[in-house]
Design a protein around this ligand. Sequence first.
Ligand code: DGL
Length: 277
Amino acid sequence: MNRKTDRTSPIAVFDSGLGGISILRVLRNLMPNENYIYYGDSANAPYGEKTHDEVRAAAERVTKLLLSEGAKAVVIACNTATSAAAEYLRAINPNLPIIGMEPAVKPAACCSDHPTVLVMATPLTLKEEKFRLLTKKYRDCASFIDVPCHGLVEMVESGVTSGNEMNSLLHGILDPYTIGQKIDAAVLGCTHYIHARAAIENVLAENLFSPESETFDSHGNKHVQIFDGALGTAKETERRLNEADMLNTSDTRGSVKIYNSSEDTALLERSYKLLNI
Ligand code: DGL
């Protein structure tokens, strides 16, 4: 255990902005009695349009800051920062549990017999070697279509997760990959996209299951199965803390502190709203 921390020390969670709140929500459901600090680096979002080195430097800076706040573990609630920085952060903080995320390619690839899977993620995540190796593992059991989602992070940051503006952005992104296609599953490979899950589901249903279409999924439904890494990441965090004997044993609900690098206070308001507190 890190010298300056104990069981009651907070779990730190960070992302390039509001996306990781979708992971914090699941972490709090799973481990309500833990204390949390959340850092959204909205001043530097989107990470997904930056270079590998820029994202690694940003993640290192944020991790240092969270450690100075006494975090007992760090959850990188960002697929992009995980692919660019997790290995490096683990190497320079060998005694710290660092939990990262990756697009939920594995459960999507196994969801039916050789499914066609859309992988929605940031341009940087899709370019990284880590992603190439991940999809290579499953290419015999599934076909993957990479969908870089330009503009989606910015829209979620601006507080829009549904409605006409969101729908028209999603149609612009998804139509070229989905109209007239047979798609079985979609992976939300960026934590921001989880906030827009309902809108994504609707646009996919509109594009893939027209009223005259006879297509049903394996359960007889006219929808695409959607996968994200939120629950897997929360469970892995619990497992790692348990293994290190660092779970908070308090029987009262823990606290949540949210910080954001942007001076725009609306981002903090949106963060609490997305967290439902
Ligand atoms: N939320 C992040 C992810 O999961 C990155 C968003 C961004 O591009 O800043 O990849």
